[in-house]
Design a protein around this ligand. Structure first.
Ligand SMILES: Cc1cc2nc3c(=O)[nH]c(=O)nc-3n(C[C@H](O)[C@H](O)[C@H](O)COP(=O)(O)O)c2cc1C
Length: 236
């Protein structure tokens, strides 16, 4: 019988996990090594990728208070997925590593720079889970009173992605020549400003990171509404 290949991904976050049960591992996995162990097991099991979820607030969803979340370690504390992605990347060989970064939280230049750096550290296996955040509490952590409406968030995210793609492309392939005889590290004619002036974002460029192994990280988008799917189709 012909084999029928399929893809496998593992969805998780950088949280304490089970901390007081039979198989608990201590409840403080903050050096990342518990998740490295998990990622290596996934790699041995031929998973395609690991995806690290993220949010940018302490939830008060249950009863208008943080008590339940804190008491049961439900989605809090939650540490930053991007340094964890770097640690996982340097302890694995084949697994794709997807980290969530919100367009709410990062200026586009910083996100492009961080993604490019991570794609290098992960040997071309890094992916960006593109989210716009869905909680007013997150918006309040970034100087806003509340989130922009969903349609506007997608519209802004589209422009955001156009800008970060332009930044990723601001270094052409082959810009780094490392010509010892001529004493030239990089060819400046292959690294150009982008002068992006959008409706919501503006950036001069170029990035100050070398073009990454994939050129840009793999893009992941999980929104399932017609708007979310149209957004995914446009940016892929
Ligand atoms: C599998 C999956 C993973 C998601 N991961 C995150 C995440 O890590 N952080 C986040 O803020 N939103 C996350 N979301 C929310 C989506 O990015 C999106 O905002 C949400 O699905 C609503 O979009 P829609 O109205 O287009 O369906 C996730 C959704 C799904 C289905």
């Amino acid at each position: 019988m012909a084999s029928k290949p399929f893809h496998l991904g593992w969805f998780m976050n950088f949280t304490p996990g089970e901390w007081n049960g039979t198989f608990a591992t201590g409840g403080a996995p903050w050096d990342g090594m518990f998740y490295v162990d998990m990622a290596r097991a996934l790699e041995r099991a031929c998973f395609d990728y690991i995806m690290i979820e993220d949010t940018l607030m302490v939830s008060e969803t249950y009863g208008g208070s943080a008590e339940a979340g804190m008491k049961h370690a439900l989605f809090v504390p939650k540490h930053d997925p991007t340094p964890l992605a770097a640690v996982i990347g340097s302890h694995t060989k084949n697994l794709g590593i997807v980290a969530t970064m919100s367009t709410l939280g990062y200026p586009p230049f910083l996100l492009a720079r961080l993604s490019s750096t991570l794609d290098h550290i992960c040997g071309g296996r890094f992916g960006w889970n593109i989210v716009t955040s869905g909680e007013d509490l997150a918006a309040e952590n970034f100087g806003l009173d509340k989130l922009p409406p969903r349609e506007l968030r997608y519209e802004m995210a589209e422009e955001y992605c156009e800008l970060v793609c332009r930044l990723f492309d601001s270094w052409e392939d082959g810009a780094v020549v490392m010509d010892r005889a001529k004493g030239v590290y990089a060819d400046h004619t292959k690294v150009k400003p982008i002068h992006f002036h959008g409706k919501y974002f503006k950036s001069r460029g170029p990035l100050n990171t070398v073009r990454s192994p994939q050129g840009r990280p793999a893009f992941v988008q999980a929104g399932g509404s017609p708007l979310g799917r149209a957004f995914a189709a446009k940016i892929s």
